[in-house]
Design a protein around this ligand. Sequence first.
Ligand code: C2E
Ligand code: MG
Ligand code: MG
Ligand code: MG
Length: 291
Amino acid sequence: RGGENNEGGYAYYSEEMNRNTLDLLRIETGLLHAFEYNELLLYYQPKVDMATGSITGAEALVRWQHPERGLLLPGEFIPIAEETGLIVQLSDWVLDAVCRQARAWKEAGLAPIRIALNVTAREFTRSLPDRIRAALSRHMLSGDWLELEITESMLMHSTDRVITIMEKVCSLGITISLDDFGTGYSSLSYLKRFPINTLKIDRSFTMGIPEDTNDCAIASAIIGIAKQLRHKVIAEGVETEKQFNFLKDAGCNELQGYIFSRPVPATDFHAMLLEGRRLKIVSEHPSLPLD
Ligand code: C2E
Ligand code: MG
Ligand code: MG
Ligand code: MG
């Protein structure tokens, strides 16, 4: 990256530096500001049991309340955080913020409910179990409040090292999901070696259901693999009743998607839990008993 190798804190911009580089620098500086001024926040998207329609947990998704640009989605700053190394600081912030929130929910009387964190390859290091253990004890929480979402790319290299880290995480009572499943390079023979609890069908497949026969076939195959390996399976990006019916009939356990709720602020998620909100179409589905 241009500008990075300049000494004395001066950045020298040459003509050929493109707009992207300037954007990158602007966002990098802005992110440092965001940490200092508490501009980051977490939204929570419920995960729902397809059989009962009730909430089983949530995924914590980071947002940036930018002073000029409004609420930014992770796609606009996570890649830059990764490129600049700020992802380490960001992940620490997310881990602490999730634990602080879970602690508040615990104090409010909620039974443990798993809040999932997204972990990138870069943070998946030997120190991760210790960082998580420290965060849990700092907030006096048990591991059954947390879940990690990792991607297939993490299963590709240094297998034994990765398995050791995952086993330490699991020994804290935390579960692990394989996010965006089917989009990466995944060797199915690797899959059985890792202590994974859940496969998460990527939204790109859910989107094509039921019209696209290939997407239907892939989703069904993933559900089949999950069953055979005795993993749970969740579909992300479920928006329509047709998608819901197909996935449910194919044996999918849970869903996450706009059909139930978009990602929402912590208070809204808490309110959903308190009112026992459920996915309504479940009870209208003929294969299920009405309550
Ligand atoms: P992801 O982990 O695959 O998260 C699911 C994304 O799909 C979220 O986007 C969510 O808002 C979106 N989504 C869920 N249901 C639906 C639906 O029915 N329709 C549509 N159109 N979209 C749906 P979001 O919040 O923009 O996050 C994007 C990605 O950013 C995440 O993908 C995850 O990879 C990353 N990310 C989010 N928060 C964090 C974080 O705290 N740390 C790290 N390392 N990455 C994060
Ligand atoms: Mg995720
Ligand atoms: Mg995902
Ligand atoms: Mg995805």
